[in-house]
Design a protein around this ligand. Sequence first.
Ligand code: CUA
Length: 333
Amino acid sequence: MNPFLGLLTLAVFDPQSALEPGGPGAQAIKSLGVFFFVLLGLIFLAVVTIGMAAVLRTRPGEATPAKAPPNPPRHVEDWLARLTGGAIAVTIALLFLLVVLSVLTGKETAAPPRGKSLVVEITGHQWWWDIQYTYDDVSLNVSTPNELHIPVGQTVLIRGTSRDVIHSFWVPNLQGKRDLIPSHITTSWVQASRPGRFRGQCGEFCGTQHAHMAFWVVAEPPESFEAWIVHQRGPAPDPSDSVRSRGREVFLRSACILCHTIRGTDAAGRIGPDLTHVSSRLTIAAGTLAMTRDNLANWIADPQKAKPGNHMAVVPIPGEDFQPLIEYMVSLQ
Ligand code: CUA
């Protein structure tokens, strides 16, 4: 694509909007919403028009007649009764139609389209998302916290649960919400019909940092997706110079390893996000900060500043160790 056009679509395209579907799930929901809006809008206009006509028809002086007007002739009364009955029947039929369409759309968005699917297990945590790609061959499984990549045109089955409180998995451009409930597995699916980046957001209040519990869905052509997941499965790259080597030592000597995993090293904590390829991600702190060297440094120096109340501890790192640590983290592509 022409780079200018690319920029233009980025500017116009809203990455978090149910009104800009990027796949069949969100498309079905949008179609239903538009149908409701148009039909109910037309009914509203009709009611207001008839009401206004009745008000305007009353001429000055007629508003409060001295005595009640005579009853209309029998045939007019019968006609009015039939008209009222007909209006009630149409109302009931329309309500019934809306119920049927809602149920059909509900079924369509609940059941995944047939065909081979990728399976991803998503676990909500206060306040981040663990995203585990799972395969029959478990050696292929890989965790990519806060970032879900999906191949365009393929169905991705989501098996969701929560580690603590109820969260809600929601990518408005792709699908409706699905609750993640502790000790319970809920299923859902997403499918993208075009490449793009879509922002997901926890859809259920889950504590102080609920608003900072976001993630990104990257929909890409199947070949790019395959290349990405193969890379994610690999261990962390070895430090390429002495500064990064020192940074790795700092990490492995610190309390960081109690919570975080860096595959290929001794760090195997399971409480916080897997950091093996942290620097390849779009954001840190679950969509809160763009993944940049400065943001990463500020985040590690004081995680409570950008996201007060989050469960990442402040780990004191001596001044001379701090830069090497950051260099090492940034090298975890
Ligand atoms: Cu998790 Cu709101």
